[in-house]
Design a protein around this ligand. Structure first.
Ligand SMILES: Cc1cc2nc3c(=O)[nH]c(=O)nc-3n(C[C@H](O)[C@H](O)[C@H](O)COP(=O)(O)OP(=O)(O)OC[C@H]3O[C@@H](n4cnc5c(N)ncnc54)[C@H](O)[C@@H]3O)c2cc1C
Length: 519
């Protein structure tokens, strides 16, 4: 068995720290064999998994155990990387930013502490998965709907902390967080918002509390370990109405964004529709070799054949209206009117009414089917996601789309993109799918990623979240006043975590201890 050590920690001290962790959680929950470490590596890594090797993992079952672990970590200067379920696929999975960090796996903390139907919220621990909460709501006939990412294998808390999103009106998960319990780097426990009052009935109702509001400071950060989260859930609507359309041309995404954005802003559309290219669907049902075996990205004639045979459009729009049936009908007419000047096509309409099966309702219903896309190229598949945000404006969307597609084609990767429309901006998730055993291809993908970050930054666009390998690159693009924001984050980090034990390097925020050697 080999030993991986945190930087600047002797093997003797590391073993002492592991023994002390075992004293808290029990020996079986300290995982430090080669196999254990393998299971916390980035399983989709584009050839650079060795940059992010954990030294071990420790699995607490309560917030009190986390407090004890954090105090031990301070004593031995052992860094910890908290994960909720560690299914952050395409962004690093369970692996830490810095080799040698111990993964703090909160997957055993799976309590659904409270679900309140009247006020539409839940209070949950980090290990609660999307399937767990969905089953709980269904089994208890609670009429609250969840917002679920396309791949629902992960944690409700972990996804909201990373600012992940789903596709219902509550799709922007992080904006529905209301109150947290957090263990700080010194082992102290705090509750945010009105949870800071020991008897508040409003912890999951009123976000801000009094004075500075902290919930977002614990999102995409390394300032604390979140041990409980309040999250608002959507009341089941009376009805939903689906409007689907396949758009035949690459440039159709431009006018579609311009037609939909005003409706998203004025509230006709309450959800975040996602406009995805055909590969998004075709890659989860077929393999590339069934269509094309040549070099380079899929040629246009092959793509045309795929569209013809699969029935998908170049872009595919799936809209959903939620609310009272009568209102949905009026809103559907408004959406159709907005599309009429651009296309002779009709929307495919589907309707759901309370009491019908939830499967086709537009509620968040968890699934892992989209994971099949990694088989697209054959071999041991993987993907990485490049996900910039930009103004929801057709001409800018087209420019970004064409520039990214051209970059893909330069290295022979098939374009796979989607634009999810929020009220004012759109998030453009681009997946690069590869065979992890194709070293030449993964090398090109790694280089391309840096080029895409730089291209986007020239336009003033940043990523909404990023893979662990590119956290510094993206942080550096926030350059106003000679990177004043990074300095603020670092000052906060040093004040809260002087030994630098929580998630060093996350989002490009390095604690003092590693700043010179790692950043
Ligand atoms: C095919 C496919 C489709 C996908 N579609 C979507 C999609 O539609 N929307 C979407 O959002 N994502 C999507 N993803 C990405 C990913 O699968 C999800 O975002 C997933 O929910 C993240 O994993 P997790 O929830 O287990 O989070 P984790 O891996 O547990 O957490 C993510 C990160 O958050 C931090 N963190 C987690 N828990 C804590 C804590 N308690 N305290 C402090 N910090 C913490 C850590 O840095 C951790 O690395 C997709 C992935 C694939 C492969």
């Amino acid at each position: 068995m080999s030993v991986v050590l945190p930087p600047n920690v002797s093997e003797k001290d590391f073993q002492k720290a592991l023994a002390a962790f075992a004293g808290v959680v029990g020996r079986q929950w300290v995982l430090a064999t080669d196999e254990d470490r393998d299971s916390y590596m980035d399983i989709y890594a584009p050839g650079d998994a060795d940059q992010h090797i954990p030294s071990a993992a420790v699995g607490p079952s309560s917030a009190e155990e986390i407090q004890a672990i954090v105090r031990i970590a301070n004593e031995y200067k052992v860094p910890l990387w908290p994960i909720s379920r560690g299914k952050n696929l395409g962004y690093g999975a369970a692996a830490p930013r810095m080799t040698g960090t111990v993964v703090l796996d909160l997957g055993r903390m799976k309590r659904i502490i409270d679900v309140n139907e009247r006020f539409g919220y839940c209070l949950i621990e980090p290990g609660v998965g999307f399937f767990d909460l969905f089953d709980y709501l269904q089994q208890n006939k609670i009429r609250l709907w969840m917002s679920i990412p396309a791949n629902a294998w992960g944690s409700v808390v972990g996804n909201a902390l990373e600012r992940g999103y789903g596709y219902t009106p509550y799709g922007d998960n992080t904006s529905h967080i209301c109150g947290m319990e957090v263990v700080l780097a010194n082992g102290e426990m705090v509750r945010t918002g009105t949870g800071a009052m020991s008897n508040s009935p409003c912890w999951q109702l009123f976000k801000y509390g009094y004075g500075p509001s902290w919930d977002q400071l614990f999102c995409q950060s390394n300032f604390g370990v979140v041990t409980k989260m309040g999250l608002w859930l959507m009341p089941e609507p009376e009805a939903t109405l689906g409007l689907d359309m396949q758009l035949p041309n690459p440039d159709d995404v431009g006018w579609a964004i311009d037609a939909l954005q005003p409706l998203r802003l004025n509230g006709v559309l309450l959800q975040n529709p996602s406009i995805g290219n055909s590969l998004r669907f075709v890659a989860s049902a077929t393999q590339r070799s069934q269509w094309y075996q040549g070099e380079g990205a899929l040629p246009d004639d092959v793509l045309a054949e795929i569209l013809k045979k699969s029935g998908f459009g170049w872009w595919n729009i799936s809209l959903r209206l939620y609310g009272y049936d009568e209102v949905n009908q009026v809103h559907a007419r408004i959406v159709k009117d907005a599309f009429a000047p651009h296309t002779k096509q009709e929307f495919k309409v589907s309707e759901w009414h309370r009491g019908d099966s939830i499967e086709n309702s537009g509620a968040g219903v968890p699934s892992v089917n989209p994971l099949q896309i990694i088989n697209w190229r054959g071999g041991r598949g993987g993907h990485i996601g490049f996900s910039p945000t930009l103004p929801a404006k057709g001409d800018l969307v087209l420019k970004q789309f064409h520039s990214t597609k051209k970059r893909y084609e330069e290295i022979g990767v098939d374009y796979y993109g989607s634009f999810t429309l929020f009220d004012r901006y759109t998030t453009n998730v681009n997946m690069m799918i590869y065979d992890r055993d194709d070293a030449a291809l993964t090398r090109k993908v790694r280089d391309l990623f840096k080029v895409l970050v730089a291209d986007a930054a020239k336009e003033g666009y940043s990523e909404y979240r990023t893979h662990i390998s590119y956290m510094d690159d993206v942080a550096r693009t926030f350059d106003f006043n000679d990177h004043a924001l990074l300095r603020l984050n670092e000052r906060l980090k040093d004040a809260l975590d002087p030994n630098g034990i929580l998630a060093p390097g996350k989002q490009g925020i390095w604690p003092k201890a590693y700043r010179a050697s790692q950043a």
